[in-house]
Design a binder for this molecule. Sequence first.
Ligand code: 2PG
Ligand code: MG
Length: 400
Amino acid sequence: MFIKRVVPRIIRNSRNEKTIQIELTTYEGKFIASAPSGKSTGKHEVPSYNSKGIGRSRVLLKAFCKRITGKNYLLKKIDDLKKLRSAIGKFEARFGRMGGNVTYTLDAVFLKAAAADKNKELWEFINDEVNNGLKPKMPMPVGNCIGGGLHSKLTRGKRPDFQEFLLIPKEASFSKAVTKNFHAYLYAKGLLKAQKRGDEGAWRTDKTNEEVLDILKKVGKKYGVRIGMDIAASTFYDKGYYLYKNKNLIRDKVDQADYMERLAKKFGVFYMEDGMQEEDFGGFRETLSAARKGALVVGDDLTTTNLARVRRAVAGKSINAMIIKPNQIGSMIEVKKVVEFCKRHKIKMIFSHRSGETMDNALADFAVGFGAHFIKCGIYGRERLIKLKRVMDIEKGLNK
Ligand code: 2PG
Ligand code: MG
């Protein structure tokens, strides 16, 4: 794969924040990738940019792009990204860190070009290696229906403390599941009397967590869809206490674990992400041991797509499912290692968008290619729909 040209740019994401986009030209054509950005980022994620900010990252990236222009990269499989990695490593050691969002985007754009070089779709390129070319099983969507926490602005001075209230269909096909989620999402709007949307297209509301769960349960029942939540507990945790604002109260570690257990039972919650703060492996363990059979206890800020943390969470029986966000770790080689570990230990994988998204649909290819059980994405909004549509297109192609 001959690198003819590499152009880095700064573009705006769905939250109107600056992010990195890279355009790579090879003899196969032009390829573009860009990085999403989180708001409720985990403490153990790699920093997204240079400590001096995205501007400095771009300056460094520009210099790095110059160095790789005119070079040849043999990229037959994901692990061949090692050559690019080593070039990045040497460069960063001399000039400073570019950041996880930049290194992820480099990996992603190289993989897109490598797939085309082999006359393959991105998902196929990954699948051939990870699943030995077996026809992949389609993931199910985890759709963000109602928002709270850091992803939502206050409505009449309030918002739920939990970050996301999710709908998770179980259908014979991905496209059926997406249609179901969309209808359920519109039904939820009526019950909530919602007008506005938050960061990921989820409905904004002033209701409490439990009022929202009541509504979500109704929605789930009517449409035969399982319900879930991303508590993002670290975002309202401080020095040993969970500080609830919408009903003003404070819970300690034990109360929080009890509360999670109670909510799961009362509302029949199927999916529970980050119910405890990001260092509390023990609290996750309690939630998992109390969970009903088949329910998912999901790590996100806990695990941050970091193999060492995933190992610890799995060894300690803290989770049975985890979020995979490539820019949390900034390397597709590391993502592949995490995927292989999850497969070996039967941990359910949820490939996930970030709250600040771009029009890149690579996440869909990653979810299918790596054999994820779920893809977590909004239900509405162009940056979300483009990813759902990509999975639907892959599914259509496979059923031809
Ligand atoms: C999460 C994500 C995506 P953010 O916590 O799961 O919904 O949020 O991208 O803000 O980290
Ligand atoms: Mg999360």
